[in-house]
Design a protein around this ligand. Structure first.
Ligand code: XIL
Length: 340
């Protein structure tokens, strides 16, 4: 039998199995028309879940490996790197015409045991940082749209957070990391990624002062990442958010929404899902109204796989597809905003 003849049947089967209705234009297509990247954090289910992989590739034009590019995963021993899973995610993205956000080169939470188990001199730790960034950003050179070079650099006062990195290398460690990243992959945008900086407050002021100083002194930096792990009943002030984005845009920086999810206090009700949908829509609208806001990424896409229930007791359902990969009101809401 001619194998080509079963292709229409396979397409029918995959549509029937995923519940995807053909009249719905995928988000990525709508986003592309608006000159925007829309995406999700992704995990190794790309290799195990057909619905997982199909939904991700159908709807998104960018992905962020949720954990697989982090320091402890890529660099599990001083003299050993492991890129197996990261390679799979980057390959998956490329096969499906998606871009990749690199997350993350340096983070206080992904320090592997071999680094914790000893004391470091300044020179030694700087060498570890340089080697790591050269190895990881260098391996994917030309294939990463943007790197979160340092993740969560700030404390809630807007000062450099205390960590192995800041305590050994001083607050300048982020600039060193940016220089190393530029050297390793000159084509990747270099982003400072942070949470709780949506409003104008001490933390976002600290971010502003820091990146403005980088721009003034010529330290390589291309943008600011707003994680946005928020609550469904958060009193979102769109004007304040817009003003905040504008001051970063005025520095010539890009804005990436990097980890959006909208967690719901259990139990879920239709009202809560509606509030969640409204919040997703309002955040996306603010991003679309700001020319510097080019990337809109959620921290996952299906409630089947999300960090929320593990991290916030009593919360869940923060994403735009339900546990059975069916679009939720939040999906319809962002679909509508992108269609306008
Ligand atoms: C989280 C992942 O989602 C979890 O699977 C992992 O156990 C811990 O890290 N901010 C970030 C992300 O920058 O890297 C975090 O991801 C969520 C908070």
């Amino acid at each position: 039998m001619n194998v080509l003849r079963i292709i229409p049947f396979l397409i029918f089967l995959s549509i029937a199995l995923t519940g995807y209705s053909a009249d719905e234009v995928p988000l990525r297509e709508l986003a592309a028309k608006r000159g925007m990247l829309i995406g999700a954090a992704a995990n190794m289910m790309i290799q195990r879940g057909t619905q997982y992989a199909e939904t991700l590739a159908r709807e998104m034009n960018i992905l962020t490996p949720e954990n697989e590019l982090k320091f402890h995963r890529t660099h599990p021993a001083e003299d050993r790197y492991d890129f197996q899973n990261a390679d799979a995610l980057v390959d998956f993205a490329e096969t499906n015409g998606m871009k990749v956000r690199g997350h993350t080169l340096i983070w206080h939470q992904s320090i592997p045991r071999w680094m914790r188990d000893r004391e470091w001199t300044r020179d030694e730790l700087l060498n570890v940082m340089r080697d790591h960034i050269q190895a990881v950003a260098g391996r994917y050179k030309g294939r990463i749209y943007a790197w979160d070079v340092v993740n969560e650099y700030f404390d809630n006062k807007g000062e450099p957070r205390k960590s192995l990195w800041s305590e050994t290398l001083g607050s300048a460690y982020m600039e060193y990391a940016h220089h190393f990243a530029l050297e390793a992959d000159p084509s990747a945008k270099l982003i400072v990624n942070e949470y709780d900086i949506e409003n104008i407050n001490a933390k976002s002021d600290g971010m502003y002062r820091r990146v403005k100083d980088y721009v003034d002194r010529g330290v390589p930096v291309d943008g600011v990442g707003f994680q946005m792990h928020v609550l469904y009943d958060w009193r979102f002030d769109a004007d304040e958010f817009a003003r905040n984005l504008q001051r970063f845009a005025d520095l010539g920086l890009e804005i990436h929404i990097t980890e959006l999810d909208v967690r719901i206090k259990q139990p879920v009700t239709p009202e809560k899902l509606k509030k969640q949908a409204d919040l997703y829509a309002a955040i996306l609208r603010t991003c679309l109204d700001q020319p510097a806001c080019k990337v809109f990424i959620m921290w996952g896409f299906t409630d089947r796989f999300s960090w929320i229930p593990f991290t916030f007791k009593g919360f869940g359902d923060g994403l735009i597809f339900d546990r059975d990969f069916q679009p939720k009101p939040a999906y319809e809401a962002i679909h509508e905003v992108l269609s306008r």
